[in-house]
Write a protein that binds this ligand. Structure first.
Ligand code: ZN
Ligand code: ZN
Length: 170
């Protein structure tokens, strides 16, 4: 069974975790969605949108793996919320502390753990900050590139900084 779309049950789990940690805004706004926009990543978080995407392939790895990945991504939202206007590194000390608070202390920064490594041919991974779509390249991007789908949907097909692809370090 392939799951897609928002998951009310996981959203309730996320809400309760945030409430127990006194993180009110994330508790109110958090959305958890199964998405086939993720290919190799188990999950991904957009802290500004309070959005967590999960890879439907995760289901094959059992409920424990789903729960761990959910908490990994929620830790990104929690760390971002606590940092306020301060910029923090994605898997820095603030994130590690959030992991501990969410019951997954010692979490690895790797999002791809349960999946086979089959992406040597295109090792450079970029992500659109808006739709969280993945883009793989054989070489690093030389100039600023934006997500075409988002530029088309929101900016009449023209480049906008908001949709500029960000490199994901692995
Ligand atoms: Zn992460
Ligand atoms: Zn996009």
């Amino acid at each position: 069974m392939t799951r897609l779309g928002r998951d009310p049950q996981l959203e309730a789990t996320a809400r309760n975790l945030f409430i127990s940690l006194g993180a009110e805004l994330p508790a109110v706004h958090v959305k958890v969605e199964w998405s086939n926009r993720l290919r190799s990543a188990a999950g991904r978080a957009n802290s500004r949108q309070y959005l967590v995407l999960l890879n439907p392939l995760l289901c094959a790895h059992g409920q424990a793996e789903v729960d761990r990945t959910l908490r990994h991504e929620l830790a990104h939202l929690l760390a971002h919320f606590r940092a306020g206007r301060w910029r923090i590194r994605p898997h820095g000390p603030e994130w590690r502390r959030a992991c501990t608070d969410l019951g997954i202390g010692g979490e690895s920064r790797c999002h791809t753990l349960p999946f086979p490594v089959l992406r040597r041919a295109r090792p450079y991974l970029y992500v659109c900050p808006s739709c969280l779509g993945e883009f793989r390249r054989t070489r690093p991007l030389r100039r600023a590139s934006a997500c075409l789908a988002c530029c088309r949907a929101h900016n009449r097909g023209r480049y906008h900084e908001r949709f500029r692809l960000r490199k994901v370090d692995r």
